[in-house]
Write a protein that binds this ligand. Sequence first.
Ligand code: NOJ
Length: 545
Amino acid sequence: MFTPNKTTLEELWDQIEYINPVQVAAKSNLTNSTEFVLPSDPTHDMPTHPYEETKYLKFPKDFKYGVSSSAPQSEGAVKEDGRGPTIWDYIPHLFPPSVEPTIDIVADFYHRYKNDISRVKAMGINSYSLTIAWSRIYPLGTGQANEVGLEFYDRVIDELLRNNIEPMVSLLHFDTPFALLAQYGDFMSPKIVADFNNYAETVFRRYGDRVKRWITINEPRTYCKAATYFPYDRAYPTGINAQNAEWHCIHNILVAHGTAVQTYRRLIKEKVIVSGQIGVKNEFAKPAPYTDSKEDKEAADRVADFLLGIVAKPIFVDGDYPILCKETLGDFLPPMTTEEQKLLKGSADFYIQNLYDVPRAKAAPNGIEACVSNRSDPLWPVCRDERIQYVSTVPDGWSNGQPSAPITPTFSNTWFAIRDQLKYLAKTYPSTGGIYIGEFGWPELLERKRDELYQIVSDYDREAYYLDYLHAFLLSVNEDDVNLKGVFAWAAFDDYEWIIGTEIKLGLQYVNFTDPALPRSYKRSFYSYSNFMRQHLRHGDFNSS
Ligand code: NOJ
């Protein structure tokens, strides 16, 4: 069981491996070969549905057309070349997903990055969103940097550039070094700000000549929602408890983001880095109110502030938290000092958001006022009725958009709400650097239960999802004047979907995790995304080099 204060590399791995030892990927002839076979395009004999309305519309010049993945969900090789453990090595060892793969191996991107890059290059992408694993660079989160870890990302970044693919690099994707949880309680402690900044400066200096777009943190809000649970709750620093942990985490994560951005800008000023942009990857759409009632509208506003505004407003508006959050949370939320407000305001060069769907919001059944004034109400502090997020306003309980896999009710194809959402984001959190969709994607229904390869790769619903969303993105740019600068599909290939493993899959490519060679196969959606972009990008933006 997790013991705080055990912080040497050995002690940390021991806590993980006492349950089961770390597994290592088998070597195979697929490993890192740039040779692969591109099967014929399945959409030729069964064309994807055309959209007359957008047939001749284009995305703007230099539009970033990309795919994404993250280190903990794809790399594997968790104990190799000096990498230290992260919280996401510990959790899956303790609660192994009921289905393969183990986080130890996953898609083995660590050994197959060349193969994977050449496979996505085949779809013409010009950008790839990836993450650096903090624990490869600083196995203990801080201290001595690990040169072998740094060299790995040199190779990955160079390989992308050789293929004419621009890397967009995130510094943290939930995978904080385990040592920092054991030492002081992770993002629940302000001590993390200096360690994150030190790590950020190391990678900015190392790759700043080649990486021109950075993300400090992926989904800070989701990160901190987990902060009240195991194993974070075993290492709360003094003064932190299950009630205030989430809000201290938000505060520290924002300050860590702002401090890293300040460092990045200083390095540009000092001419250590020539140029580049930096942002933070938000999540959670503003929901549509379930009905026109005042209460449901208020619920939608509350969700927007508590799940999105609490991170976005300080950065894009005025350095401070939304009033609703301050009023409701009271002393649970550390106040922003004047200095912190200055640090945060304007601390992003562009706006980037993961946008899978747009849910609904209905007021708490006992009314918002009663819920807000009762800290022990289970729906406090947001006070939305959590059962009604994916139900439409149409009577009789129809769903809000096409539902996906039942295990993940939080994904729906809500293409009809995407344009309004983008308008809302652009207006509420304006950025001169424009908007990016950091992730969008679809867990195909029952994909996991399909046995035959032809069934697995025939992901017609995912294909429809992509085409619907791309269609909406085109209209946003051309009809609504939204300054959309790029979109990244999640995910380049099947990976590890956190606690549920591969129970659901979102990849544009299938990875056969039961075969030690981990062969990849293109899915139909891979071709449709690519064909759509070939048709709608400006000359030169489709990467056919
Ligand atoms: C967003 C997260 O950043 C990513 O890690 C996750 O796999 C996708 N959502 C899908 O759930």
